[in-house]
Design a protein around this ligand. Structure first.
Ligand SMILES: [Fe+2]
Ligand SMILES: [Fe+2]
Length: 280
């Protein structure tokens, strides 16, 4: 079994320091096998904001916790056009990336983080052909006993819309990337960006592949919320085809998980689709 805490959209610079402290306390108590940070660490990609994010991560690492981090669109400097164009992730790389980016793999868990943030648009993301090719390369040697997970800041797949229909992925290259995800037998994709937590499976208004489960995180520490409290996800992976998801929310001076844990399982065979399973 493996546990992953997915925290996202911390937005240091537009954060609530008390909630940062509560998040630290919750992660210290839970002690997940891996903390996945799905982008937007800062509000404006300023040095002091990256430094605050780095300090938060270092404190967790000092306690023996392990992190895998990807950048978000807010981690690219907005008002520095030259830097934006030529070195969009320079500050992210300097302050955050070393030892926390890219790839984590053990006997039960393989997680690939890809940077979907770039300098050519304000908000949307992109995966290059080289990045998409790297999905197959990374997962080729992973044993079947391991859960296979891809992390990007921008969601790779459409999400349920506020009314009927779906929100198209804000990610160029999403279609190609999804093919690579299927070919590499990756079944779980984690993302942030929309500041709306939830789990998406294929359904009548959602055209995602039934074999892909999408876990979206809200904002863990920022006041830039969308009618939802600050939150993070805790994933409990009993096997590559059995996942439980807890949504931890900030309430009354601490993070807690008031709603029941949701369970999902993936059927074997050609269809290989995920379905929600009733609580035991
Ligand atoms: Fe964000
Ligand atoms: Fe974002």
């Amino acid at each position: 079994m493996r546990t992953i805490a997915q925290i996202s959209d911390l937005h240091f610079g537009a954060h609530d320091p008390a909630i940062v402290a509560h998040l630290h306390a919750a992660l210290s108590a839970i002690r997940p096998d891996l903390i996945v940070v799905s982008g937007d660490l800062t509000q404006r990609a300023r040095k002091e904001q990256f430094a605050e994010a780095a300090l938060f991560f270092e404190r967790l690492e000092t306690e023996g916790l392990r992190l895998l981090v990807v950048p978000g669109n807010h981690d690219v400097p907005m008002h520095k056009p030259v830097q934006r164009l030529f070195w969009p992730l320079r500050r992210y790389t300097r302050f955050i990336a070393r030892g926390r980016s890219g790839w984590y793999c053990d006997a039960e868990l393989a997680v690939l983080g890809l940077a979907s943030a770039h300098g050519l648009t304000v908000k949307d993301g992109r995966l290059t052909r080289v990045q998409i090719r790297s999905i197959g390369d990374h997962f080729a040697a992973v044993p079947s006993s391991a859960a296979r997970i891809l992390v990007t800041h921008h969601p790779l797949v459409p999400l349920p819309g506020e009314e009927k229909g779906e929100i198209e992925p804000a990610l160029r290259g999403a279609r190609r990337a999804l093919k690579a995800v299927k070919a590499a037998d990756v079944h779980l994709v984690l993302a942030g960006h929309h500041h709306v937590p939830g789990v998406s499976l294929s359904g009548p208004t959602l055209s995602i592949d039934p074999g892909v489960m999408v876990v979206q995180a809200g904002t863990a520490t920022s006041w830039r919320r969308r009618r939802t409290p600050n939150s993070f996800n805790l994933l409990i992976l009993a096997s590559p085809s059995e996942v439980q998801v807890e949504e931890w929310i900030s309430e009354g001076g601490a993070f807690s998980c008031p709603a029941p844990r949701r369970s999902f399982s993936r059927s074997a065979g050609d269809s290989g689709g995920w379905a929600s399973t009733p609580a035991a």
